[in-house]
Every structure is written in C-alpha cells, then in structure tokens.
Design a protein around this ligand. Structure first.
Ligand code: SER
Length: 318
C-alpha cells in the first residue's frame, strides 16, 4: 500500500517525499510530477494529473493508500494566468476526489493556504471560522477546494485532510510563484552578499513557517485517528509571523552588511489582504500540533542549510 505524492518536485513535495521514504521505506513511496528531474528515478511517474485518464491509470497500476496532492499554481503566478491556474488547481483535486469516492485510495491530503482569507477577514489571530472573501485566483481556488473536500467527506465519507499552510521557508528547493517567496529569496541574496530588492512592503506582516514544521504538521494530521479530526475543510495552522524588515534584521545578526531596499509591486496588493497572524488552536487541540521553529531558529537553519549546500564560500558570523 503506497503513499503517492503528486507534485513531488515542488518546494514541499520534495521534502515530504524524503520524509515519507525514510519513514515507510523507499518502495512504499510513489512520486509524480510534470517534469522528470532524474532519469534513473524508478519510483517516479511522469504525469499531468489534470488528465483524468492518465491519473486513473496510475491508481489502476499501483495499490495506493494515501495521496498527497502538492501540485498547484501559487498566488503571484496565478494572477498572470487566471484561467489556467483555476483549471490546474481545481481539476487535479476533483479528479482525485472522484477516484477516492470510487475507493481507489483511502486518505487524501491536500493543502489549503492563508490565501483563502481576504480583505474583510480579521487580520490578527484570524479565527478558524470567519469571513473569507479571497480576491486572488489562487485564494478562490483554495477556498473552493476546501468546500469540495468537506463535501466529499460529508456526502461520501472520503477521508480528506487539510491544513492552511502559511508562507513556507525552505532551502532544499526554490519555491516558485508565491507571494511569500520574498522571504526565501532574501536568504539567497544575503549569502551571496548581494543587496536585495524586496517586492513586499517593509511592515507587511505575514504568517510563515519553516519547512520542517510544515512537513511535521502534514504527517501528524495524516497520522491522527479519523475520529479526532473535527475539521474536514482545512485547519488553520501557524508558527511565526514577521515583516520583511524584521526578517532583514534577523538575517543581519549573522550577515552584518546585508542590505535590503523596498519596491513593492502587485504582490504587495495580494499580501495586504492576507492575515498578520493565525489562531490555530483547533489544530493544536485536535491533533496536538506544535511548531518548533521560531524566527531565529528558522534563520539559523536557512543560513546554515544554504551555506553548506549552495554557498560554501559564504561567511556567517555565528
Ligand atoms: N505561499 C503561498 C503563496 O505565496 C501562499 O499559500 O502563494
């Protein structure tokens, strides 16, 4: 019975795959993406999951237990291609929900996002249940997806599980097309000793999370007994919140000459509508969620991870 990751080359899919392989064994994890990174990868299928026949064929060939749908077009990129983003973000989920209803797998993990909130959502400690009026294509697709997840649980008893990820900070792969990606870029510039021009306003606070916490949350939610899961749309999930200026200062503790200037663009208009901080007490209660990385721990993990793997010449003052 395999774990199946769709979007296995992405920012989260890559690290989720490593963890699931470690935990369940290499043979138990099947990975899929629309591009192949490694010709020799035997546990990988090249797949356009928007193609429902191609997707079904994978389920007919392998016995799959849990599915992790990590493929999506993120917020900033989706604004450049609204119809395509809607199609990609919705059709894969729909295809999977139908396969699940037919009994071709047991559990589905699909991430939602802080992008489901909008300009009229309370910004501080945003509650689990509140006004949701997203005004980005990405946010609209995530909110619609949440409703479909709950619908398939209520009508068909499909075991669906979801969290609303904040901005995810990682170094093993580069994120692409998100609004929160400035935070990852800042680390790369700092280590290259280059000044960074930030497209988000200096005081725009956003909820963020280090990748290890994001993967841990995903695995904990999937491990939790079904009876304890009270939210089948998507759980609020939080770790830290910071502004670009606070991140700049936190990096400068280790890279003292790091320089940032601020030229906000259309991505600031997206960020402005998202929460400053999230109330995730329901996740903490229902499946004992707790984060481990605060801002400083995240900064140290990012700087040391990137230095070791990408920028061996960089000097850090620890
Ligand atoms: N990090 C995502 C983005 O910025 C939000 O889910 O698009």
């Amino acid at each position: 019975m395999k774990k199946f990751i769709i979007g296995s080359n992405g920012q989260i899919g890559t690290e989720l795959r490593l963890l699931l392989e470690k935990r369940f064994g290499y043979e138990q994890v099947l990975a899929a993406d629309i591009v192949r990174n490694d010709e020799a990868d035997k546990r990988f299928v090249l797949l356009d999951a928007t193609d429902s026949d191609a997707l079904r064929a994978v389920f007919e060939r392998y016995r799959i237990d849990d599915v992790y749908l990590m493929a999506a077009i993120l917020s900033a990129r989706a604004e450049q291609m609204p119809r395509k983003a809607w199609h990609v973000n919705m059709s894969i989920l729909h295809n999977l929900l139908e396969l699940g209803r037919e009994g071709l797998f047991h559990k589905l993990f699909w991430p939602s996002s802080i992008a489901v909130f909008g300009p009229h959502t309370p910004k501080e400690n945003t509650p689990q249940f509140t006004v949701m009026d997203p005004d980005t294509v990405y946010g609209i697709s995530k909110l619609a997806g949440e409703r479909w997840m709950e619908y398939y649980y209520e009508k068909y008893g499909l075991d669906v599980r979801s969290v609303r990820y904040p901005g995810i900070i990682s170094w093993k792969t580069r994120p692409g097309g998100g609004t929160t990606d400035y935070a990852v870029e800042m680390f790369h510039y700092a280590l290259r000793r280059e000044p960074y021009t930030c497209y988000i306003a200096p005081d725009e606070r956003l909820p963020m999370m280090y990748i290890d916490d994001a993967i841990d949350a995903t695995v904990r939610l999937m491990d939790a007994p079904a009876a304890g899961i009270n939210i089948r749309s998507s759980y609020n999930l939080a770790a830290v919140s910071f502004t670009p200026r606070e991140l700049e200062a936190a990096i400068r503790r280790y890279v003292p000459d790091f320089q940032v200037d601020y030229v906000p663009d259309f991505r600031q208009d997206i960020a402005r509508t998202w929460p400053d901080s999230i109330d995730d007490s329901t996740a903490r209660r229902d499946w004992q969620w707790e984060h481990r990385y605060d801002l400083d721990a995240m900064v140290r993990a990012m700087l040391t991870g990137l230095q070791k793997n990408l920028y061996p010449e960089a000097e850090l003052s620890f």
